[in-house]
Design a binder for this molecule. Structure first.
Ligand code: GDP
Ligand code: MG
Length: 163
């Protein structure tokens, strides 16, 4: 069984850009697996000689009026529940957002290996970028740029280390 890596985070943090990078050159294999809704996008990635599945979630979009629990779309919850590892993306350029804290609390409850990735950090100092995100209580933030591919390999290696 291939391990499954699920990308989550509020809108616009760069989930789909990272997904495309992880699955690039394998576009033909981007799966439209039967029974999956359009809200979730599955693709195949590979780190070294190890294949994995990656899921781009559209969750945490405001799909209901009743607050963050409802904003966690059902599809995202399901993807997270099935994840072997969760990559929680935040935005280095916007900084720590209130919604990030709420999502972090929800993800922590899932009891899955959780990796915090501070995205869009190309051209920025890693330590400066990381500093404010320690507050999320998810350990050392991994500073990456999905668009430029910086830190992406290390992130995936770490997330899949135990599989
Ligand atoms: P999603 O809503 O989380 O799927 O985010 P997208 O992948 O659609 O990206 C949202 C916006 O952020 C787009 O304009 C991307 O070009 C931009 N973006 C994504 N990754 C990066 C990055 O690593 N660096 C920068 N500077 N912009 C990025
Ligand atoms: Mg997206």
């Amino acid at each position: 069984m291939k391990p499954t890596l699920v990308l989550v985070g509020r809108p616009n943090v760069g989930k789909s850009t990272l997904f495309n990078r992880l699955t690039r050159s394998r576009d033909a294999l981007v799966a439209d697996l039967p029974g999956l809704t359009r809200d979730r996008h599955y693709g195949h990635g590979r780190v070294g000689d190890r294949p994995y599945l990656v899921v781009d979630t559209g969750g945490f979009e405001p799909v209901a009026k009743d607050g963050i629990l409802h904003e966690m779309a059902r599809q995202t919850l399901q993807a997270v529940a099935e994840a072997d590892a969760i990559v929680f993306l935040v935005d280095a350029r916007q900084g720590l957002a209130a919604q990030d804290k709420i999502i972090a609390d929800q993800l922590r409850k899932m009891g899955r290996p959780l990796f915090l990735a501070v995205n869009k950090a190309e051209g920025m100092r890693r330590d400066v970028v990381a500093a404010e995100f320690y507050e999320l209580g998810l350990g050392d933030p991994l500073v990456i740029s999905g668009a430029h591919g910086e830190g992406v390999h290390d992130l995936v290696e770490l997330a899949l280390e135990s599989f």
